[in-house]
Design a protein around this ligand. Structure first.
Ligand SMILES: O=C(O)CCC(=O)C(=O)O
Ligand SMILES: [Fe+2]
Length: 121
């Protein structure tokens, strides 16, 4: 295992909060497309839209807050779960775009493991 991967797999679980000023034009990227590194991520849908996930059946972006009302929990798979399940559960590609020119607050919990081989050690 290279050093970068080793460091990544030893990251603790995180609870992040984000405040997006949303001063750019609608549709501008606030956080580029990415996969989260852990097993899964869970976030309450925000009051202000912005989170988008890729629908794997159509490969198109879906607006999360249009599907899940504010406060409903959204759970998506991340990279360790994809590797650990040998691809049975694919990590969800997601991004954040500017919308409504109103500040957006989000809270995201990412469950990670100290050692992927022993997932819940
Ligand atoms: O702000 C959000 O809704 C998502 C943030 C995110 O994708 C992340 O923390 O990895
Ligand atoms: Fe993310």
């Amino acid at each position: 295992m290279n050093e970068e991967l080793e460091t990544e797999s030893k990251d603790p679980s995180v609870l992040d909060t984000f405040y997006y000023f949303n001063t750019q034009h609608n549709g501008a990227l606030s956080m580029g497309p990415h996969l989260d590194p852990g097993f899964f991520s869970v976030t309450p849908a925000s009051l202000v839209p912005g989170l988008q996930v890729v629908d794997q059946s159509t490969q198109s972006w879906v607006d999360v807050e249009a599907e899940a009302g504010a406060g409903n929990l959204v759970l998506f798979c991340a990279e360790s779960l994809e590797r650990w399940s040998a691809g049975k559960y694919s990590a969800t590609n997601h991004q954040v775009v500017t919308s409504m020119q109103r500040p957006r607050l989000s809270v995201v919990f990412e469950l990670r493991s100290h050692n992927e081989g022993d997932a819940f050690e």
